[in-house]
Design a protein around this ligand. Structure first.
Ligand SMILES: NC(=O)C1=CN([C@@H]2O[C@H](COP(=O)(O)OP(=O)(O)OC[C@H]3O[C@@H](n4cnc5c(N)ncnc54)[C@H](OP(=O)(O)O)[C@@H]3O)[C@@H](O)[C@H]2O)C=CC1
Ligand SMILES: Nc1nc2c(c(=O)[nH]1)N=C([C@H](O)[C@@H](O)CO)CN2
Length: 235
């Protein structure tokens, strides 16, 4: 039996698609979720281990680490996917927003990587850490300033952990631009979004599935960023 891959925020959208794909190929999966939704039960029925975890507090991070260590004898990989795409708004305290963004996108991945290192290394073969970052890690953002900074910090963790965990663990970033619309995205937003990249598409969650599978299968890729942006950087 293969060792499991831990996917944080695996109960919807990209994380759910990645979890479902891995399960379909008999790869054991542990997912964390913050708010229960039917997909959690569906994943459990498909054989996943599901853990409730909120990474916005230190207590939540520590609890998740303790639970993963309790149930796991080793890990094939960790995919840090959990994310809160929160914009600056007039009613949102700037200090709290930055704290929230840094906790879920930077502090939680940082602490889980350090705490779960031995579970990754004791696996005989190469193992993986994948940080789901964002196109804005290199460009910044006008409306998601704190979010963008936290994703840039997450990418910086890729560079550090690639050095520290080599040669046993590959550590890479996947940096999507708009890969999957949200249900409440207006027609106008969707139409405008299609003009923002060279290929004129928004591919859907399977593009992230393909990227993750490439990295899991690679033997010579670490400390890198896989950009999923349709050439938006050249627009
Ligand atoms: N979708 C896209 O086009 C893009 C995605 N990305 C990145 O790719 C990854 C996947 O994107 P997507 O599927 O859209 O992500 P979602 O916005 O669907 O969020 C994924 C999950 O993160 C969980 N989450 C949010 N905050 C916390 C928290 N404090 N603690 C624990 N879990 C939390 C949510 O749980 P719950 O639902 O239970 O609240 C949610 O299920 C993310 O890291 C995202 O930043 C980057 C650029 C574009
Ligand atoms: N956690 C999330 N992060 C991001 C999302 C999302 O839906 N959830 N969406 C985006 C946008 O698609 C953005 O890339 C559009 O330019 C960014 N991050």
């Amino acid at each position: 039996m293969s060792l499991p891959i831990l996917i944080t925020g695996g109960s919807q959208r990209l994380g759910l698609a990645i979890a479902q794909d891995l399960l379909s190929r008999d790869q054991p999966v542990i997912i964390t979720y913050r708010r229960y939704k039917p997909a959690v039960d569906q994943l459990k029925q498909a054989g996943a281990t599901v853990l409730e975890a909120d990474f916005s507090t230190q207590a939540g991070i520590s609890r998740a680490i303790d639970e993963i260590k309790r149930i796991c004898s080793g890990l094939r990989g960790i995919i840090h996917n959990a994310s809160d795409w929160a914009p600056e708004t007039p009613d949102r305290d700037a200090g709290e927003l930055m704290q929230d963004m840094m906790m879920v996108h930077t502090s939680a991945p940082y602490q889980l990587n350090l705490a779960l290192k031995d579970l990754l290394i004791q696996n005989n073969g190469l193992t993986d850490i994948i940080h789901m970052t964002d196109f804005v890690q290199e460009t910044g953002s006008q409306n998601h300033i704190a979010y963008s900074a936290s994703k840039a910090a997450l990418h910086n963790l890729t560079l550090s952990f690639a050095r520290v965990f080599a040669p046993h663990v590959k550590v890479n970033s996947v940096a999507p631009s708009l890969v999957m619309f949200n249900d409440d995205d207006s027609e106008e937003y969707r139409a405008e979004a299609l003009t923002k990249n060279l290929l004129g598409i928004v591919p859907g969650a399977q593009e992230a599935v393909k990227a993750v599978n490439y990295l899991l299968d690679a033997d010579y890729v670490t400390g890198q960023t896989l950009h999923l942006n349709g050439g938006r950087n050249l627009k």
